[in-house]
Design a protein around this ligand. Structure first.
Ligand SMILES: Cc1cc2nc3c(=O)[nH]c(=O)nc-3n(C[C@H](O)[C@H](O)[C@H](O)COP(=O)(O)O)c2cc1C
Length: 175
């Protein structure tokens, strides 16, 4: 099972990136959590770009990575009571092309205390609704003594949701 891990922050010392590394370490055997570091390389979304020529290389790489994964884990900060522009831009590049459609997506934010990051995650969930993503979690993860345990629980819930979605697909296939 392959999980694509996406960080909404572009900072080198990102606390959300650290959360994703904790998640990768907590993944059970047979589950590969792969960090996608190409969000920063994407041009600003503009449908004119593709109407004139083929999609830029960074967009192609992004779409291929999304198409190749079984599920997604996003850890993102809140900026200005919303999701970061870079993350919204990355998602916008997938809305027309479909690689994120109906995917199982776990979302969280690494936060310093209760109440932080909630509006950012709400905005992120609204955007993911545009591609009918199946949301897992959706609440911030406070950097407390329970942080590692909470991150591991989110990974477990994501893996279970991916397995359930796979089974539902198999069950829906005609005999
Ligand atoms: C310009 C700016 C705007 C921010 N806006 C918010 C906000 O609206 N709500 C909030 O809870 N935190 C806000 N923050 C705090 C960030 O969410 C916080 O620093 C977060 O840890 C950054 O994530 P990172 O450590 O993964 O880079 C803001 C930070 C910056 C620099």
């Amino acid at each position: 099972m392959k999980i694509l891990a996406l960080c909404g922050s572009l900072q080198a010392e990102s606390t959300n990136l650290a959360l994703l590394r904790t998640a990768a370490a907590a993944a059970p055997p047979g589950v590969d959590v792969e960090l996608f570091d190409g969000v920063r390389d994407l041009p600003l979304f503009n449908p004119d770009i593709e109407s004139r020529r083929a999609a830029p290389e960074a967009v192609r790489v992004w779409r291929e990575a999304m198409a190749a994964c079984d599920g997604v884990l996003i850890a993102s900060p809140e900026y200005g009571h919303s999701l970061p522009g870079a993350l919204k831009n990355a998602i916008d590049w997938l809305i027309g092309s479909g690689e994120l459609e109906s995917k199982v997506v776990a979302v969280t934010a690494s936060t310093a205390g209760p109440g932080r990051g909630v509006l950012g995650l709400r905005a992120l969930r609204t955007t993911l609704g545009a591609v009918k993503a199946m949301i897992v979690g959706g609440e911030p993860t406070v950097r407390s003594a329970d942080f590692d345990r909470d991150v591991a629980a989110l990974v477990k819930a994501l893996v279970a949701a991916i397995a359930a979605a796979r089974q539902a697909e198999i069950d829906a296939e005609p005999d």
